[in-house]
Design a protein around this ligand. Structure first.
Ligand code: ADP
Ligand code: MG
Length: 699
């Protein structure tokens, strides 16, 4: 089956072309203007749009509509479907969908985490149409992207702050480019291309692993004989089952107007990646949510399971989400584009200085928002960036920054030249001015920065909210200092040198996986926060974070406090589920299976000794002793974990999360270790669940 992307692309989206064709001309013009420039969406306008949208959706087979929103930290969208059914009259009904239905919804959403912003007795919350993100029909439902607020106007989702941050960085960015004589730009647009990594596992095997079902990762499992040592999976040829699955996902995504572009096998066995073409950050966020949902649902159709968890298997790489991020004016100037002579590109250098200041100042916050419980297994484990935030500038920009730091200006810039293989039939190519540095959490890639730390299963909303807002803050500071300067160029050069010098420690072009860097970073005083609990506790409501978000009107102090509590509660709940799953699996599956195996060993021992008293039974004895030793270790660890879990509630969200991290997690590891040892010695016919080898290689 082959699909022509140009023919199917956007066919299920109420996009600009559809609106142009179907809406009355003045409604279309008005709506386009609102999408571009903002303003009040009147009920009258919404009524006209809703009617046209309803007719279109019904033609597409829709029976229901829903406001879709992303409650804070709940990964994936929340949706409640309403059919188009109206009140019956004489036994007949009409399809109904009004402007009010389009504009706002009022879900009783008291069950979503709110961090104390709403109690169950004051549950009212609103969803409001986000006109900038297109509506679409998927599986007979008309989806309307929305934001989600409490009755008192506090944001309860990931999108509201992102939209606010987009405006903040746009306003400050326009101010900045004005200083350089750009009188045309009306906006600075934050764009994102999120690369999404994921694992695929056979669904029948998945269903035999309670740990995968309840937690998305394996909590036990001895290494398979083969892992990723051969480097033969990365970019390897796709298995047929995987390429059929990818084809199916791509077709659905294209119909939904998502530019699924790149796909390949990733480093770990059964790990893959999909990346769309970059888009405005709020649209990229909505699209990424759809990508994750399509990946998961489509897998089930193919009798597969898609794991978005950051670390499904110990011992092989986990999954991340590389957040490629750029800022460009609406008249086509990418603020991160160095141009041919970057050392003379004053605007570019000021932007880089601002970036250095912002990343240095908010490094812990960046680390916290990109992370979740699962990502703690990756960061700093030599497969993903370290938990220390630094910026990789690459050779060309790195040298320029060094010159400025040393002498206050840069008068030279290296060019990378060409690669000429000397083979007549192979074309000579221009090299990129930057190499790749996969060990850096924040890498310059020529016209964008790649924030490589983001957790694979989370929304990209939080990370981009911080990226945009921290730039708004740094741009504003630069503009306050430079606007109206008598000699702007001189003042600007001095400002760039000053800011780069003050923040030089955030630049690191070396190997981020090395131990030497950990020591060096400590000397430089850069935070190295190993656990997401500490990162959240220390950064979410710190004075610099409160100032950052309140001054740019992105989040209030109360909203930040609520978000901190929600994140920490999420941590505790997830670890608690993991611990309980381990207790269940150890007590009900592993230990009974090991005892059966021991019975067989014991039977063999007695039977052989009875039949032939002279026979050598040292092997059976040795195996019995070894097995029973690990079994008693497992049993002791199980009892210990149960006991520790009982006293987990420390009465305070932060203290409880810390307890889960510092007490429960090590107790879980202590239980895993003897069970994994047992897996290596127990006869496989007794082993109750699929092994790592079966999960990763038998897809
Ligand atoms: P990699 O080689 O790093 O794995 P991919 O091709 O998988 O790269 O993904 C790169 C991502 O960066 C894509 O989503 C791409 O659209 C995006 N991208 C390219 N240019 C920009 C830009 N200027 N701003 C934001 N994202 C960009
Ligand atoms: Mg990629």
């Amino acid at each position: 089956m082959s699909v022509n992307v140009a023919e199917v692309f956007g066919s299920d989206v109420f996009n600009e072309a559809v609106m142009k064709e179907r809406l009355p001309k003045d409604t279309y013009t008005q709506l386009m203007d609102l999408i571009e420039n903002g303003g009040e969406v009147t009920l009258a306008l919404a009524d006209v749009v809703a009617k046209s949208m309803k007719d279109w959706a019904i033609e597409k087979g829709a029976t229901h509509y829903t406001h879709i929103f992303q409650p804070y930290i709940v990964s994936g969208g929340a949706e409640k479907h309403d059919s188009f059914a109206d009140v019956p009259e004489k036994g007949k009904i009409e399809n109904s969908f009004t402007g009010k239905n389009l504009l706002m919804g009022e879900p009783d959403a008291s069950s979503f985490p709110s961090g104390g912003l709403r109690a169950t007795n004051s549950a009212r919350g609103y969803t409001i149409w986000d006109i900038t993100s297109p509506c679409y029909v998927r599986e007979r439902i008309l989806y309307i992207p929305t934001v989600f607020l409490s009755y008192t106007g506090e944001s309860l989702d990931t999108k509201t702050p992102l939209l606010k941050s987009v405006e903040a960085v746009s306003d400050a960015g326009v101010r900045l480019v004005r200083m350089f004589g750009n009188t045309e730009a009306k906006k600075v647009v934050a764009a994102v291309g999120p690369e999404q990594e994921y694992f695929i596992v056979d669904r029948d095997k998945y269903l035999k692993r309670p740990d995968l079902i309840y937690t998305g990762r394996t909590l036990f499992g001895a290494p398979a004989p083969k892992g990723q040592q051969m480097d033969d999976h990365y970019f390897g040829s796709l298995k047929e089952v995987i390429s059929n699955y990818m084809d199916d996902c791509n077709e659905q995504l294209w119909k939904l107007g998502i530019t699924a572009k790149t796909q390949h096998n990733e480093v770990a066995p059964a790990q893959h990646e999909i990346a769309p073409i970059f888009a405005k950050s709020n649209i990229a966020m909505d699209s990424n949510m759809i990508v994750m949902d399509v990946l998961k649902k489509t897998a089930v159709k193919h009798n597969l399971q898609c794991l978005l968890h950051e670390k499904p298997y110990a011992g092989v790489n986990g999954s991340g989400k590389h957040n490629n991020w750029s800022l460009s004016t609406d008249n086509g100037v990418n603020l991160f584009k160095p141009g041919d002579e970057p050392h003379k590109n004053r605007q570019f250098l000021l932007v880089i200085a601002c970036l250095m200041e912002a990343v240095k100042k908010h490094s812990l916050l960046l680390r916290a928002v990109a992370s979740n419980t699962g990502n703690d297994h990756r960061l700093g484990a030599n497969e993903a960036p370290p938990a220390i935030i630094s910026i990789y500038m690459g050779d060309q920009l790195g040298e320029i920054v060094e010159q400025i730091i040393e002498k206050g200006y840069a008068d030279a810039c290296s060019h990378s030249g060409t690669i000429d293989l000397g083979v007549k039939t192979i074309p000579v190519i221009e090299k990129d001015p930057t190499d790749r540095n996969r060990t850096s959490p924040f890498a310059f890639t020529g016209n964008r920065f790649e924030f490589r730390m983001v957790a694979s299963s989370v929304s990209i909303g939080d990370s981009n909210t911080v990226l945009n807002t921290m730039m708004a803050e740094a741009f504003t500071k630069a503009c306050d200092a430079l606007e109206g300067a008598e000699d702007f160029e001189k003042a600007c050069d001095e400002y760039i040198a000053k800011v780069m010098r003050e923040n030089k420690d955030i630049v690191f072009n070396g190997d981020g996986y090395s131990d030497a860097w950990v020591e060096e970073a400590e000397r430089r005083g850069l935070p190295n926060c190993k656990s997401v609990v500490d990162a959240i506790a220390e950064s979410f409501t710190s004075q610099s974070t409160i100032d950052l978000f309140t001054k740019n009107r992105v989040l209030t102090e109360r909203e930040l406090e609520a978000r901190k509590d929600i994140k920490l509660e999420e941590y505790s709940s997830l670890i608690s589920i993991e611990a309980k799953t381990m207790i269940d699996m150890a007590g009900k599956e592993y230990i009974p299976s090991v005892m059966e195996y021991m019975t067989e060993l014991a039977n063999s021992l007695t039977k052989v000794t009875t039949a032939c008293p002279e026979a050598d039974v040292t092997t059976q004895k040795k195996m019995l002793i070894e097995t029973s030793t690990y079994l008693s270790q497992a049993n002791a660890a199980l009892t210990d974990l149960k006991a520790k879990l009982e006293t987990a509630d420390q009465g305070d969200v932060t203290a409880t999360a810390k307890y889960y991290h510092e007490v429960i997690m090590p107790a879980m590891e202590a239980l895993r270790a003897p069970i994994d040892e047992l897996e290596e010695i127990v006869d496989c016919k007794y082993w109750p669940v699929p092994t790592y080898g079966e999960l990763m290689f038998e897809v």
